[in-house]
Structure formats: structure tokens, C-alpha cells
Design a protein around this ligand. Structure first.
Ligand SMILES: Nc1ncnc2c1ncn2[C@@H]1O[C@H](COP(=O)(O)OP(=O)(O)O)[C@@H](O)[C@H]1O
Ligand SMILES: [Mg+2]
Length: 353
């Protein structure tokens, strides 16, 4: 069998740039080199596309120093990266399949997927529309609402609306529900711009902080309960849901620090759940994946509400983390699928979309 030329895209112009680099290092190490010729394309925070030599330069960050460029041609007749070396010479590298390991805006939101569509290059993961829908929590909530699956009540603000000031924002939120609330950008990730607000005096500052991370902001009633996640994967035999994993944040909530920097935060792939809840969450994850038009992979996140035992939808991540502490690969490993096999399946799924 011929080796496939597989291009991994990482970094990107989002606040989750660093997390993407961690995810990419895990993915690249996990790919079977007897099957793939791996080409690495790093996208800087300012949006420059650079050819990257090896995974160690991803780990130490030195990839950003390259003076060459590697851009994906939108021309469907080419299906290639155009590499321009430091000395100005150019060459093309054929791309059989693209693996975007990008989190957040300009990577997980349908934009780069649109470029892959134009170039007619098969790619891993959700298509343009599903990516865009899941990147914006308000659109995802609207679709999930149709399914009758519970979710936190919310109110949304446009950035322009926030100019009406503090009293306006407080009144709008308080007309809907009481404190504590969660304030977040509608299209953020990795908990950037997310805060818990316990009293009205702190609401507006939280809204402004969220506004710096997103194109709209939302306020949700706080759900008291456990955080549970389910991984979804497209296979030739149909869409599969993994078991359910639990996040136990070593903080008031799973903020950025608790996610990536606090070793006391725990992930558990075999949590003990009340009777029937694992099945309910797996079923809901598949329903939600289908409702948003998902393809390839996604991680669907829920709460299990403490007092009511309601399963409450939180969000869908169409390019879930692949860092060493990330639930998506962990859940598949727990289901008997090691990383290399998971990556093979993801790459294969790009070809039978
Ligand atoms: N409505 C809510 N009730 C309780 N906790 C919440 C709520 N919304 C968010 N959180 C907490 O904040 C974290 C990040 O919020 P999330 O909506 O998942 O944003 P992100 O896309 O940045 O991961 C969650 O993992 C959870 O710990
Ligand atoms: Mg989340």
C-alpha cells in the first residue's frame, strides 16, 4: 500500500493556540509512520503558515522561527501545499488527507474546513456547517433544544448591546434567573473568558472579559452537578459513542488553570453513575452529534445535575483536545482503542465522508 501524504495543521489564530500545539504533538507522535508521510503545517497566532520539520520543534516552540512558508492551495486540481523556502525557491507537496488539530476560531469553526472543501482534500472531522454550529454555543443550543434534551437557561448579549451599560445587563440577566451564573463567550473554548459570577456587582466585568474572547456573550444559570463527557466517532459500521468520562475540577469550576495547570484536577473514564445515566448520556451524545450534522469526531459535554439527576447538555467540541490529559483519546483507550488505532480510524473516515 502506498503511504498517504497526511498534513497536520496546528497552532492557529485563536486563544487556544498553545493547546492546539500540545494536541498536535500527541497526534503526530501517535500516527503510524509506516502508513503516513506526515507533513506539518504550523499556523502562527498572527496567521502565518509555516512548514514545520518535526514534533520536537512543536514541543519547544522553535517552529515559529521558520522563514519559509507553506500554504494550502485552494485549487482543486492541485491538492497541494505550496512551500516557499527561505531562499525563495518553491515546491509543491501533494496532500492526500488533512488533519486539522486546531482548537477554537479559524480552525474548529468551519473556516479551514471550507478551504479543504475548495481544494477537494479529504479531511478529518466535522464539515463546514457542523463546525460553525458547534463553535457557537447559541447555535448548538438552538438545535439541541429541538431534541428535548435539558440545558441551562441562558440569555445572550451582542457586543453592541453591552454598550447599554451595567444596569441594563444586570436587569436582563436578573429577569431570567438568579445568581450564581456562568458568563462566557459564545464562541470560545478552553474556558477562556469563562467566569462564575456570584453577585450582581461582578456581572459586568465578567461580561466585558467574555466579550474580549468572542463575537457575542452569554450568561447561563449555574448547574450544580457532575461534569460528564462522551466521545463520538464515525466508523464504517455507523457512528459510535464511547463510554462516559468524568471531569473532577480541582477548583470551583473547570477553568483554564484547573484544566491545564492544576495536577489535582482529575479525569475518570470509569465513573460510578446512577442507574441508566451512562446509557442516557451515550444516546444523547449520538442524538446531538446527528442533530448538528456532525461527522468524524466530537466530544459532547454534559452535566449530571445533583438534585434532579437530570442530564444537562453543555457543549459540543468538534476538534476535542488531544493533549496528554484530554478526555477524547482517553475515552477511546478505555473502550479498548489505543491512540494509533483511533487516529487510523479518524483518517480513514475522511475518505468515506
Ligand atoms: N451553566 C454552567 N453551570 C455550571 N458550570 C458551568 C456552566 N457553564 C460552564 N461551566 C463550567 O465552566 C467550564 C467551561 O465552560 P464551557 O461552556 O465548557 O466553555 P469552553 O468551551 O471554554 O470549554 C465548564 O467545564 C464548567 O466547569
Ligand atoms: Mg468546555
Amino acid at each position: 500500500m502506498n503511504k498517504k501524504s497526511l498534513a497536520v495543521f496546528f497552532g492557529g489564530m485563536s486563544s487556544e493556540h498553545d493547546i492546539s500545539c500540545l494536541s498536535a504533538a500527541t497526534v503526530v507522535d501517535g500516527l503510524d509512520r509506516s502508513k503516513y508521510d506526515i507533513v506539518l503545517v504550523g499556523i502562527t497566532r498572527t496567521g502565518c503558515w509555516l512548514p514545520v520539520r518535526d514534533v520536537s520543534s512543536i514541543r519547544d516552540g522553535s517552529w515559529r522561527q521558520s522563514l519559509a512558508s507553506a500554504v494550502l492551495l485552494p485549487d482543486a486540481g492541485e491538492r497541494s501545499l505550496l512551500v516557499t523556502e527561505e531562499n525563495g525557491t518553491t515546491r509543491k507537496i501533494r496532500v492526500d488527507v488533512a488533519f486539522p488539530v486546531l482548537h477554537g476560531r479559524f480552525g474548529e469553526d468551519g473556516t479551514i474546513q471550507g478551504l479543504f472543501e475548495l481544494a477537494k482534500i479529504p479531511y478529518v472531522g466535522c464539515g463546514v456547517a457542523a463546525s460553525a454550529v458547534c463553535m457557537d454555543k447559541l447555535y448548538a443550543k438552538a438545535l439541541v433544544n429541538e431534541l428535548g434534551i435539558a440545558q441551562a437557561r441562558h440569555v445572550a448579549f451582542t457586543l453592541k448591546e453591552l454598550r447599554n451599560g451595567e444596569a441594563y445587563a444586570q436587569a436582563k440577566v436578573e429577569a431570567a434567573f438568579g445568581y450564581p451564573v456562568f458568563v462566557k463567550p459564545t464562541d470560545g473554548g478552553s474556558s477562556y473568558g469563562v467566569s462564575r459570577v456570584d453577585r450582581r456587582e461582578d456581572l459586568f466585568a465578567a461580561l466585558l472579559e467574555a466579550a474580549s474572547e468572542g463575537t457575542r456573550v452569554m450568561v447561563e444559570e449555574a448547574i450544580v452537578g457532575r461534569e460528564l463527557e462522551c466521545a463520538v466517532l464515525s466508523t464504517p459500521e455507523g457512528t459510535k459513542a464511547s463510554g462516559v468520562g468524568e471531569i473532577r475540577a480541582a477548583a470551583e469550576f473547570y477553568d483554564f488553570e484547573a484544566k491545564y495547570e492544576n495536577p489535582a484536577s482529575e479525569t475518570d473514564t470509569q465513573p460510578v453513575l446512577p442507574e441508566g445515566k451512562e446509557e442516557e448520556i451515550r444516546r444523547d451524545a449520538l442524538k446531538i452529534f446527528n442533530a448538528v450534522g456532525g461527522y468524524g469526531m466530537a466530544r459532547v459535554d454534559f452535566f449530571l445535575e445533583k438534585d434532579t439527576e437530570r442530564v444537562v447538555f453543555n457543549e459540543v467540541n468538534t476538534i476535542p483536545g488531544f493533549t496528554s490529559i484530554s478526555m477524547y483519546p482517553m475515552l477511546w483507550r478505555a473502550a479498548g482503542m489505543p491512540l494509533g488505532e483511533l487516529l487510523d480510524r479518524l483518517v480513514d473516515s475522511a475518505f468515506y465522508r
